[in-house]
Design a protein around this ligand. Structure first.
Ligand code: ZN
Length: 133
């Protein structure tokens, strides 16, 4: 899949649903390409009291359920279809799933396409993921 195809898939998964006064889902969507060559989609689930998780972690959960932890590439879009970088929690989460994920690339800009490695967002590791590469 090209990045354009990954973006189209992510954008097709954005389906905002207000679950309650403080609860919503489907506002953000992500697609991960696993090292196994498969693609995994996920959406955010935001619930009251801080429960819930981002689209990247939702997609990662589907990937791990399928037996893969390593990510080649990923994209994330907001409710308007605009690209989003991973939040701090997702950066840490994806990195801790597998040290190789430091080299996972995500799309920063669509036109012209520009990607970045997850490691570039984590310049000061607090654990030894760099030594395991
Ligand atoms: Zn996040």
């Amino acid at each position: 899949m090209t990045y354009a195809q990954m973006l189209a898939l992510a954008r097709s998964k954005v389906r905002p649903v207000q679950l309650g006064e403080f609860d919503s889902t489907g506002v953000v969507a992500a697609v991960l390409e696993g090292a196994n060559g498969k693609y995994y989609a996920g959406v955010n689930i935001d619930l009251a009291c801080g429960l819930g998780f981002c689209a990247e972690r939702s997609a990662a959960a589907a990937m791990v359920t399928d037996g893969e932890r390593r990510i080649k590439r990923f994209v994330c879009v907001d409710v308007s279809g605009n690209l989003l970088p991973p939040c701090g929690a997702c950066r840490e989460f994806l990195l801790q799933l597998a040290p190789e994920n430091a080299r996972a690339r995500y799309l920063v800009q669509e036109e012209p396409e520009r990607e970045q490695e997850l490691a570039e967002l984590m310049p000061l590791p607090w654990f030894d993921w760099k030594e395991k590469e």
